[in-house]
Write a protein that binds this ligand. Structure first.
Ligand SMILES: C[S@@+](CC[C@H](N)C(=O)[O-])C[C@H]1O[C@@H](n2cnc3c(N)ncnc32)[C@H](O)[C@@H]1O
Length: 300
């Protein structure tokens, strides 16, 4: 985007130069002045517009996976929601209620995957990403888990179904409509005693985990909210001293839409040992994404 605006400025700048040279002509041919002035303004506008369109197209082409993600996650559902008068999340919930077995987390997840493959795409940490998440939970056997970004509760169910009886997951969702759907999905899976869905901004909850939510340390943190917030919130989690040796921080979408600042931070920190996994973007066989698993090895 920066390159785009810089180049646009360049083209506008060159257009300005053009009108200056036309300006000199004005003094020698006063009768043609208004005609020349109009021509130069039109050509300046035209070249600015053409330049902007060309650069936007080039940028979009270079970032086509990012663009596809934006289309899938926000643009197409907005159009579809407008036409249908319901939201994608409500349609997903309806499908789950009609097709999944009550009290069966596996059935809820399978049905959600089916919805996303056959009806509408949704931003769930599914398929290869979900398999890695399952493996982490089974290996780590965490007692206290935190998820940032619940959406409809798919990954919350995926995590909680593998937790031991005394373990719990706190999951935070800023959007009240998504949080309401997630609570119903959690209930449908029969996991309401293990999962607490909190409808607030992640930063506000992180600051209160010790005092209000009775958390001492986190064994597993799943970062899956807006990508630019990963770095803010991992620093907040560190400040609050919520990690201990062996805590795992698992971050989704580090390639698409991408979290370059977070990757630079976590990989450069002596407090973490990080591993990157190249995986497919959920429900998309022709798009690659990545997830990053970071084990905390720093001071508690
Ligand atoms: C990719 S979706 C989460 C998907 C979910 N983890 C899953 O795999 O089923 C990201 C979610 O993060 C939420 N979100 C974004 N910023 C947030 C914040 N500051 N606090 C809490 N939730 C946030 C969005 O509303 C969205 O529902």
């Amino acid at each position: 985007m920066t390159a785009l605006s810089l180049d646009t400025t360049k083209s506008v700048h060159s257009c300005k130069k053009q009108s200056v040279s036309h300006g000199l002509k004005l003094q020698t041919h006063p009768t043609k002045s208004s005609h020349i002035k109009m021509e130069s303004t039109t050509s300046a506008v035209l070249s600015a517009v053409t330049g902007t369109v060309a650069m936007t197209a080039a940028y979009a082409y270079a970032q086509r996976d990012w663009l596809k993600d934006q289309w899938l996650a926000f643009i197409s559902p907005a159009i579809y929601n407008f036409l249908k008068g319901t939201t994608r999340e409500q349609r997903a919930l309806k499908y789950l209620k009609e097709h999944a077995r009550q009290g069966d987390p596996d059935s809820v997840l399978e049905t959600f995957d089916e919805f996303c493959r056959t009806q509408e795409w949704a931003m769930n940490a599914a398929e290869e990403k979900g398999d890695i998440l399952d493996e982490i939970v089974r290996e780590l056997q965490p007692t206290t888990c935190l998820e940032l970004g619940t959406y409809c509760g798919y990954s919350a169910v995926r995590i909680a179904r593998n937790l031991s009886p005394s373990a719990r997951l706190i999951t935070i969702e800023v959007n009240p409509d998504y949080a309401a759907v997630a609570r119903e999905v959690v209930k449908l899976a029969g996991l309401q005693d293990k999962i607490e869905v909190i409808n607030l901004d992640s930063a506000d909850v992180i600051r209160e985990l010790k005092t209000k939510y009775d958390v001492t340390k986190l064994d597993l943190v799943f970062l899956d909210h807006w990508k630019y917030l990963y770095i803010r919130d991992i620093k907040l989690i560190e400040e609050e001293k919520l990690l201990k040796k062996g805590s795992v921080v698992f971050a989704d979408n580090v390639i698409i839409p991408g979290a370059p600042g977070y990757l630079e931070y976590i990989r450069g920190s002596k407090n973490y040992k990080s591993t990157f996994y190249s995986v497919h973007f959920e429900y998309m066989d022709d798009m690659k994404d990545g997830v990053e698993k970071s084990v905390y090895i720093g001071d508690e």
